[in-house]
Design a protein around this ligand. Structure first.
Ligand code: ZN
Length: 317
């Protein structure tokens, strides 16, 4: 009889990752497939059930070998109740008792968490924030997500919506965010926003290609002052937002992930320097705050949900 294993699933905006991992943290099987556009909760449950069963069969196992099934998802959700309240990428805008729906098909315990909460746990347990008891995680990619790990636990707030770093409002004025609010950090500094602001200034046809975040960074590097402005606004919004969090929460580690920042060391260095300038002095001078690039990349959520399944009850609460 093989040792029990865990299935960890990360449902992102564009792709779904599914890992089967044993108790020794060995990955037995990996799947990666596109997130279906506008699928209903029922269709998503169906997809998870089917993919999990198929993956188990691939490695010669069945549902009885599962010790836990954990799903993290890019959504505003109530962790305690297992209810997804809003998942804009999937087109879900009403409350869905997702964990309960999923649990109906499985004998093992089923876990459900927000993807950024899982990611902060992943980086704390296995990545850049290992050993820290107070860490903030932010990912700057298409959107901006975040998670808070305070006093040795994920901090979820009263109904599970804590840590929405992408929707704090540093100082930019006049931009609508995907959440419906105005001037969120995400509306100024995410990959999608950087490209969108640039598209208001340049015509893609005239440029002879798609205007992307990478294009804006290239232009800025080449000395284009309009592009430099866009990057400067993004930098200043990110740094101000994060500095406020450092002032408020006094973390010992700040982990920055996502394609927009991680691959650009100069961008990260700028964020570091500005946070040290903006945050209240003792929080960055007397106590050191490490500002580090994320280490687990797109696997942070997977390892976080795995760690959650393996953790004692007090970590899960
Ligand atoms: Zn927002």
């Amino acid at each position: 009889m093989p040792d029990k294993i865990y299935c960890a699933i990360d449902i992102g905006g564009t792709k779904i990752l599914l890992y089967l991992i044993d108790r020794a943290e060995k990955v037995l099987h990996k799947e990666r497939f596109p997130t279906p556009a506008q699928c209903t909760p029922e269709q998503m449950i169906e997809l998870i059930n089917r993919s999990t069963a198929a993956s188990l069969a691939r490695v010669g196992l069945s549902s009885t070998d599962l010790a836990g099934l954990g799903v993290c998802i890019a959504a505003l959700l109530d962790y305690e109740k297992g209810v997804v309240h809003q998942a804009p990428n999937l087109g879900w805008h009403t409350a869905v008792p997702f964990r309960e729906m999923l649990q109906q098909n499985w004998g093992c315990p089923v876990y459900l968490d927000n993807d950024a909460n899982a990611a902060v746990l992943g980086e704390v347990a296995y990545g850049a924030a290992r050993g820290h008891r107070n860490a903030i995680y932010i990912t700057i990619s298409t959107g901006i997500g975040g998670g808070l790990y305070l006093d040795g636990k994920v901090f979820r707030g009263s109904t599970g919506f804590a840590g929405e770093v992408g929707h704090i409002k540093p100082f930019g004025k006049g931009r609508r965010c995907g959440c419906g609010g105005m001037d969120c950090l995400e509306a100024w500094a995410s990959g999608e926003s950087i490209a969108r602001i640039a598209k208001e200034l340049w015509d893609e046809k005239e440029q002879g290609g798609a205007i992307t975040t990478a294009w804006v960074f290239d232009q800025a590097q080449g000395g284009n002052s309009l592009a430099q402005n866009i990057i400067e606004q993004a930098l200043q919004n990110i740094s101000t937002g994060l500095a406020n969090l450092v002032t408020l929460l006094n973390p010992s580690c700040l982990v920055i992930g996502g394609g927009v920042a991680v691959s650009r060391e100069d961008f990260l260095e700028q964020i570091r320097a500005r946070i040290r300038e903006i945050a209240v002095a003792p929080a960055v001078q007397i106590s050191t705050v490490e500002i580090k690039a994320a280490q687990l990349g797109p696997e942070a959520g997977i390892w976080g949900i795995y760690y959650l399944m393996r953790s004692p009850d007090e970590q899960r609460a």
